[in-house]
Design a protein. Structure first.
Length: 310
């Protein structure tokens, strides 16, 4: 994995345009979520959940009580921020996109995903940039030959005027100990709000086609003609140990080569499989690669910003 290469004096004007647009809207979104109005409304959401904690927990049995209010909060303030400098022209009509998809200033599509993380539930992921297939367009084909990493989001609109699609992640951190709820505040290690810009897929070559630090979840093609199913673990082990043409792949747990096809040992439901086509479903991005960005003039800007509430 590699940090972004500089493209000063490049002849690729489209890449230069994307780099400058990503920087421009990173600054705009950060200004919105760091505004006094946004923070005030976020704290009103916190107050509401605190006051009605027993209702949310016992009546509606909500585990993540801030998820929907957080999405609604971001929607509201993005649209509220509309001005001559930030004109929302239309919605982005594709069904494959993040939580918010809008066309802005007749120059770009903003796809903004809103995530909420519980300090008590998944602390390890709080300071990691985690995205799913529909939340980014980056080409990570340089990650590893045994893993397929497919991004579903387009790099640009498929129809004219083919604006580039810029992707951002807003993460809000809270703490819910099953008795009370609060936003995480005054904590340098776990910022209340994080904003990240995920590089557009048409910039992938500037990162050597890989910004992955790890894979969180996988999917498999269980209907493939190459996938083998077994009724028991013993049946599968007998096949692995006795079938000609199958052997374990070095340095990969549960990976096997069978007549040139890579198969993975998994359990799904009551069945055991040697499954074909391991796809990375949710990926962790390299923090430094996402953070250290450069515009078309080679000026450094931060692709990750943090807000710590007091």
């Amino acid at each position: 994995m590699a940090e972004q290469q500089l493209i000063v004096n490049s002849k690729n004007s489209y890449q230069e345009e994307i780099l400058d647009l990503e920087k421009k809207y990173m600054e705009k979104i950060y200004k919105i979520i760091n505004s006094a109005e946004f923070i005030k409304d976020l704290e009103l959401v916190e107050d509401e959940i605190r006051d009605r904690y027993s209702d949310y927990k016992n009546i509606w049995k909500l585990k993540n009580k801030i998820k929907i209010p957080a999405e609604r909060l971001v929607y509201h303030h993005i649209y509220k921020a509309e001005s001559k400098e930030f004109t929302i022209n239309n919605l982005y009509t594709s069904a494959v996109s993040s939580d918010i998809g809008i066309i802005v200033n007749d120059e770009a599509v903003l796809c903004i995903d809103v995530k909420t993380n519980d300090l008590n539930g998944n602390k390890d992921d709080i300071n990691k940039i985690i995205v799913e297939r529909n939340q980014n367009s980056f080409d990570n084909s340089g990650f590893h030959e045994l893993f397929k990493v497919k991004s579903n989001l387009d790099t640009m609109m498929r129809y004219k005027p083919n604006y580039p699609i810029l992707t951002y992640l807003i993460k809000i951190i809270y703490e819910d100990n099953k008795f009370k709820f609060c936003l995480v505040k005054d904590n340098e290690n776990y910022p209340t709000i994080q904003l990240a810009c995920i590089p557009n897929g048409d910039l992938s070559d500037l990162f050597d086609y890989n910004i992955i630090s790890g894979v969180k979840t996988y999917t498999y093609d269980l209907k493939s003609k190459y996938t083998l199913s077994f009724e028991s673990n013993n049946e599968r082990e007998d096949f692995i140990n006795n079938k000609e043409g199958i052997f374990a792949i070095k340095d990969f747990k549960n990976a096997y080569s069978y007549n040139g096809i890579t198969l993975w040992k998994i359990t799904y439901g009551n069945k055991k499989y040697l499954a074909y086509d391991r796809n990375a479903n949710t990926i962790r991005l390299d923090y430094e690669a996402v953070k250290n960005r450069y515009d078309s003039n080679g000026k450094c800007w931060e692709g990750i910003k943090k807000i710590i509430l007091k």
